[in-house]
Design a protein around this ligand. Structure first.
Ligand SMILES: [Zn+2]
Ligand SMILES: [Zn+2]
Ligand SMILES: [Zn+2]
Ligand SMILES: [Zn+2]
Length: 450
């Protein structure tokens, strides 16, 4: 017993000492030198680059935390709210005019599974973080693009590897990237092989659907069997749009690939920025494939191309079978099931919508899917920030009935000092939360239904 007690005593005194040490570290003086030295060593690589703005892509990234200021009471609450509100307003003000967008989207998610993904500069590793964000991305993408389909391709050991077939069912796509052991990173990536494979899986698609590639790229090298510029030219010709989210640094070939095909390129600075870059690609892209085609070709035959996407396209609304109906074989998996949907043209049974009928090729969608895609084309008009309270105004938010503040506060540009945001159609006032909710989630004004 005595030695044990002694041990504990020592442990206690040790921990006391370490606490003392931490105190001195906080003051930044004396004994704590080795500790701060260690820290500096860890941060050296990143810190230096950030301080001197060594890379051009760093300039486009504003350090949001530096704009946060404490208020008089020393609280961050108001400035955080302010920052969020400003971000929301900026986002809402951007897409005011109606843009033609591609609703029927086909996306191939290209994942880097090379050894570079085992780097720990993003926690826990680039690979684990990529998988986590890819899952969130797929869920959000299908939520916003119910008529879209996603396929997954991996880049590993110099080859392109098909991980998930093109599918309109989010569960199937998520299942394909669920098992991390099947995707253990190894070897070098090959951009050309992966892009060729992705392009091949979309070559049969009709012109009204988009062909998109989203490459998450962690490596700084690519190991290609041929000339990748020919692949890029082929992508331009088939109107495949390539976007790259790089995790390490900017590579010229990646940027060129994105710029030539009309996609987006971004380098992730940290975990949060990585997610932002990825989620920027969730809303459907503006349709500009045809203008691009006429500028890139020599201009001989393409100048007067009518837009074929304005043609009508055929869709079928399926009949849903009740769960208690007798089991029968489905045409998509050849399995015995009782629930499913009947193709309105050939009456064959499929498991999930939206999909293309395996027998007659008709596109089968449900009406809610169509309705949910609709809001991208006709966004709710941005609400105006009310600058001053006039008498005889409603005292509470039209949507949630929360009472507006009486006293105006000093507000930054684009924000309402009285916390009111007014619909330009129905002239009802809404609070900032409802404003964001209406534009981000509901996509329909509760006051006028537009
Ligand atoms: Zn099936
Ligand atoms: Zn059919
Ligand atoms: Zn409200
Ligand atoms: Zn309204």
């Amino acid at each position: 017993m005595p030695p044990k007690a002694n041990d504990r005593m020592q442990v206690d005194s040790d921990s006391d000492i370490s606490i003392d040490l931490e105190h001195t570290t906080a003051k930044g003086k004396g004994k704590a030198k080795p500790k701060t030295g260690d820290k500096r060593k860890q941060d050296k690589g990143k810190g230096k680059a950030k301080d001197t703005q060594a890379y051009t892509w760093e300039a486009s990234f504003t350090r949001s935390w530096e704009t946060v200021q404490e208020d008089e009471a020393g609280s961050l609450q108001t400035s955080v709210e302010d920052l969020m509100a400003r971000g929301r307003r900026r986002r809402l003000l951007a897409p005011a005019a109606a843009i033609r967008r591609t609703i029927i989207r086909h996306l191939v998610l290209v994942l880097d599974l090379s050894a570079a993904m085992l780097d720990r500069d993003m926690r826990p590793t680039r690979f684990d973080l990529m998988l986590q964000y890819a899952r969130e991305f797929v869920t959000e993408w299908f939520d916003q693009n119910p008529l879209g389909q996603i396929g997954v391709v991996g880049m590993r050991a110099g080859l392109g590897e098909r991980i998930g077939e093109m599918s309109g069912n989010p569960q199937e796509v998520l299942k394909a990237i669920a098992d991390r052991h099947k995707m253990e990173p190894v070897g070098e990536p090959s951009l050309q092989n992966a892009v060729e494979m992705a392009r091949g899986s979309m070559s049969h698609l009709p012109t009204h659907s988009s062909r998109e590639l989203l490459i998450i790229f962690g490596s700084l090298t690519t190991c290609d069997p041929g000339n990748i510029h020919e692949t890029i030219d082929a992508c331009v010709k088939s109107r495949a749009r390539i976007s790259v989210v790089a995790l390490a640094a900017e590579m010229k070939i990646c940027r060129e690939m994105c710029e030539k095909t009309g996609g987006q390129f971004g380098v992730a600075m940290n975990e949060g920025h990585f997610k932002d870059l990825l989620f920027e690609l969730v809303p459907p892209p503006a349709q500009r494939a045809l203008t691009r085609l006429s500028t890139t070709s020599n201009g001989a035959g393409n100048t007067t191309v009518a837009n074929p996407a304005a043609d009508l396209m055929m869709m079928g609304f399926p009949t849903r079978l009740p769960d208690a109906s007798p089991a029968s074989l489905c045409v998509c998996h050849a399995e015995m099931r009782s629930q499913g949907f009947l193709c309105p043209r050939c009456m064959s049974k499929v498991c999930d919508v939206p999909t293309d009928c395996d027998v007659c090729g008709l596109m089968i969608v449900s009406a809610p899917h169509l309705a949910r895609s609709y809001h991208h084309l006709f966004p709710v008009k941005p609400y105006d920030a009310v600058q001053e309270v006039e008498p005889l105004l409603e005292a509470a938010c039209h949507a949630c009935a929360r009472v507006f503040p009486d006293k105006p506060v000093v507000a930054k540009e684009g924000l309402s000092p009285v916390g009111r945001y007014r619909c330009p159609e129905c002239f009802n006032d809404f609070c900032s939360e409802c404003d964001v909710f209406v534009h981000d989630v509901v996509h329909c004004c509760p006051g006028c239904g537009k």
